[in-house]
Design a protein around this ligand. Structure first.
Ligand code: SF4
Ligand code: SF4
Length: 85
């Protein structure tokens, strides 16, 4: 079998490959009951959740919609919603 070239071999290129188009659901950060525990930031496998002084949010360019953040949020302040394409 012939392999086609197209793999990403260069280090440090993950930011160049927007992987968010794969998902079928995305997290909705309600920012209502949040207790600022930072669990979502620590547990997101993509490392793309951040916060500012007012709210928590994910970089949807890279979110794969795994739902871990919503599952682990202790106050259920993150909802997974259907992705609109
Ligand atoms: S759904 Fe998964 S990849 Fe997306 S922000 Fe939550 S934990 Fe991270
Ligand atoms: S896990 Fe939930 S409560 Fe904790 S910082 Fe994230 S959104 Fe807020």
């Amino acid at each position: 079998m012939e392999l086609t070239l197209g793999l990403v071999a260069g280090p440090g290129t993950s930011r160049a490959n927007k992987t968010g188009t794969w998902r079928v659901e995305r997290p909705l950060f309600l920012n209502i009951k949040c207790v600022a525990c930072d669990l979502c930031i620590m547990l997101c496998p993509e490392g793309i959740i951040d916060s500012n002084n007012e709210r928590y949010f994910a970089d949807l360019n890279y979110c794969k919609g795994c739902g871990i953040c919503a599952h682990e949020c202790p106050v259920k302040d993150i909802m997974m919603v259907k992705e609109e394409k």
